[in-house]
Design a binder for this molecule. Structure first.
Ligand code: C2E
Ligand code: MG
Ligand code: MG
Ligand code: MG
Length: 288
């Protein structure tokens, strides 16, 4: 498509890029009032132990229903929130909300919270974490922070300092979306992660791309050699679950075990210790 410039000449332009830019602008404006207008909420997705066949806890995932834009995916609004810096306030809200929720569940049911690099690299992140734990009364050992490897590439020295502080509080740290970034193994394992989450693109490719099998097997083996539990993300089929069990993958998360659910459903699941919305099905799986 072409567009007329102010000097009267014409040039080519990318209408899609234009449209994207406008939407990002709308998202940025909408996010500013999202907290105060109560438009944010958390949903909770079960994480299960493959060996013990029990519910370990939930990953808290953010949802935003904008009065103007409707339901916006975190994949679309998190990057904008990071660019504008509003992620710091939103991330704070998420942490507090997730910890408060988890205090309602029987111990030791845990909660995993995604933390953006922007939020983690703020000078007072560990102090904020301490305050939130004190304020909500959640035991530190029931909280897990999920971070992606990007953070270790951009500012490894600073990141390691913060992560050590977090661990000193007794909060666990998981490496999210493992295998999708570009960090070296040495960068990754200069920090003792408490969990490795294999990205769901690998699970997705299982049975379709020959290399996927090797990648997943290698990560599980690596985790075992380093004594770090490995969680497979995005488990959707019995075939995938069987593959993971056979390779002794420690933990799993995905639509097969449960989609993200609202807080009252998560509460009921936590009390029952199972992970399906349908209890009969969950118990059948527990005893299978
Ligand atoms: P993530 O942390 O890797 O979260 C897992 C994503 O995979 C979630 O998408 C979840 O709904 C989806 N998922 C889980 N199981 C399956 C499955 O079996 N199949 C498929 N196709 N998808 C599955 P969601 O909720 O849309 O979140 C997307 C990303 O947005 C998250 O990826 C995370 O990076 C980010 N995010 C979500 N909530 C927060 C938050 O509170 N703070 C920050 N900083 N980022 C967040
Ligand atoms: Mg995550
Ligand atoms: Mg992930
Ligand atoms: Mg992901």
């Amino acid at each position: 498509r072409s567009k007329k410039l102010q000097d009267g000449s014409w040039c080519w332009y990318d209408a899609d890029a234009d449209e994207d830019g406008r939407r990002r602008g709308q998202i940025a404006i909408g996010l500013r009032s999202a907290i105060t207008e109560g438009a944010l909420r958390l949903v909770f997705q079960p994480q299960i132990s493959m060996k013990q066949r029990r519910l370990l806890g939930f990953e808290a995932l953010l949802r935003w229903t904008s009065p103007q834009l409707g339901e916006v995916s975190p994949a679309d609004f998190i990057p904008v929130a990071e660019q504008t810096g509003i992620i710091v306030d939103i991330g704070d809200w998420v942490l507090r909300q997730a910890c408060r929720e988890a205090t309602q569940w029987p111990a030791p049911t845990g909660v995993a919270v995604n933390v953006s690099p922007v939020q983690l690299m703020r000078p007072n992140f560990a102090e904020r974490l301490t305050e939130i734990l004190a304020e909500t009364g959640l035991e530190a050992s029931r909280l897990e922070i999920e971070i992606t490897e990007t953070i270790l590439i951009e500012n490894p020295g600073q990141a390691l300092l913060v992560l050590r502080k977090i661990k000193a509080l007794g909060v666990r740290v998981a490496m999210d979306d493992f295998g999708t970034g570009y960090s070296s193994l040495s960068t990754l394992f200069s920090f003792p992660f408490d969990k490795i989450k294999v990205d769901r693109t690998f699970l997705n490719a299982l049975g379709r791309q020959a290399q996927a099998t090797s990648v997943i097997e290698t990560v599980i083996e690596l985790g075992h050699k380093l004594s770090i539990p490995v969680l497979a993300e995005g488990v959707e089929t019995d075939f995938q679950a069987a593959f993971l069990k056979d390779r002794r993958c420690d933990e799993a998360q995905g639509f097969l075990y449960g989609r993200p659910v609202d807080s009252s459903t998560a509460h009921a699941l936590a009390l029952s210790g199972t992970w399906q919305e349908d209890d009969a099905e969950a118990l059948a799986k527990l005893t299978a």
